[in-house]
Design a protein around this ligand. Structure first.
Ligand code: UFG
Length: 343
């Protein structure tokens, strides 16, 4: 298959590209390198050879997308802005890139007659589900509490509307919406890693403290209604997440409409993650008590029943220490990430 991967120079998109190349597919990465890394292009090029192609372009450039889509069988659409806090401060940018970008992509896909789409959605579309809806199943009401989650939910709706129109027009189109929980870890062979600028995610920040690059981790609230008072999340390894993409792609027949949450089903608190980072690195990770972060739900844990039943997917690297070990391996080798502006 020839797959176009938007955001294929970013964290999850680059891991997906590597897996697709390993499986023998052709991949065109479409990325504007705003948050993606030029360094991944070299790594993936070396791995994929002629089966890898990089196109530097923006999602809002519909014409460039249309050209890049020639001969493409499926799109994996990762390119997006994905920081909850940033979305509250700059909703214009989030709506423009996430919803505007997806509309542009769907327009180009319609013109190029591209028949399959796998879309990166998020458990942030569920907002703050009541305790009786946790673990969260796919039929949990979606009520996002920040612009990031709202923009992704709007994309889901847009994709469904477009698919319905394609169906009425007799065009073959199948789509999958994958709602990710907290993605972490990196390629177990340490070929690729996680590098965000600015970094806001819990595990990479703990590792930066372990490396001596930051003074401490600020724990955002210790008075939540959870067993140890810190927020609970469902951490899923990026290679497991990518495996879910590959499985869903295989099922994407024309007319298919597949919706899955992707998370292990096991929750870990901020404190448990912090202690696991200390254990794995063998180094001190200083902490300080901070205020609650606006927009943070207390607990988000997936119910993986549907994806297990229908796709046979389970998380092979669900152990928290294993996830952190993989992140740590790459990070120790690349203390300044891919060598971007933080170097
Ligand atoms: N946290 C801290 N201190 C920090 C950073 C994070 O205490 O310095 C806490 C947060 O409050 C939260 C947990 O660690 O309770 C995880 O925070 P992250 O920032 O790592 O992840 P989020 O849960 O906020 O968001 C991530 C992705 C989103 C995605 C979401 C799904 O960034 O794109 O997971 O849960 F939607």
């Amino acid at each position: 298959m020839h797959v176009l991967v938007t955001g294929g120079a970013g964290y999850i998109g680059s891991h997906a590209t590597l897996r697709l190349l390993e499986d023998g597919h052709r991949v065109t990465v479409y990325d504007n390198l705003d948050r993606g890394h030029q360094a991944t292009v070299k790594i993936l090029q070396a791995f994929g050879g002629e089966r890898y192609r990089f196109v530097r372009g923006d999602l809002l450039e519909t014409e460039a997308l249309r050209t890049a889509l020639a001969g493409v069988d499926a799109v994996m659409h990762f390119a997006a802005l994905a920081h909850v806090g940033e979305s509250v401060i700059d909703p214009f940018r989030y709506w423009s890139v996430n919803l505007g970008g997806t509309l542009s992509l769907l327009t180009a896909m319609r013109d190029a007659k591209t028949p399959r789409l796998v879309f990166s959605s998020t458990c942030a579309t569920y907002g703050e589900p009541p305790p009786e809806r946790i673990p969260i199943a796919e039929d949990c009401p979606q009520a996002p509490v920040n612009p990031y989650g709202a923009s992704k939910l709007a994309c889901e709706r847009l994709i469904k509307d477009v698919a319905e129109a394609h169906r009425r027009n007799g065009l073959p189109f199948g789509f999958a919406l994958l709602r990710y929980f907290n993605v972490c870890g990196s390629d177990p062979k340490a070929r690729l890693g996680e590098d965000h600028d600015p970094e806001t995610h819990l595990i990479p920040i703990c590792l930066e403290v372990a490396l001596g690059q930051r003074k401490e981790l600020t724990v955002f609230g210790e008075d939540w209604d959870t067993p140890d008072g810190t927020c609970i999340r469902d951490y899923v390894h990026v290679t497991d997440l990518v495996d879910a993409h590959v499985r869903v792609l295989e099922k994407l027949a024309p007319g298919a409409e597949l919706i899955y949450n992707v998370g292990t089903g096991q929750g870990a608190s901020v404190r448990e993650v912090l202690n696991a980072c200390r254990r794995v690195t063998g180094r001190p990770v200083a902490e300080r008590r901070g205020d609650r972060r606006p927009g943070d739900p207390p607990a988000l844990v997936n119910s993986p029943a549907k994806i297990r039943r229908e796709l046979g997917w389970t998380a092979a690297r669900a152990n928290l220490d294993v996830m952190i070990e993989d992140s740590w391996r790459w990070r120790k080798d690349h203390p300044h990430g891919y060598g971007g502006s933080r170097r």
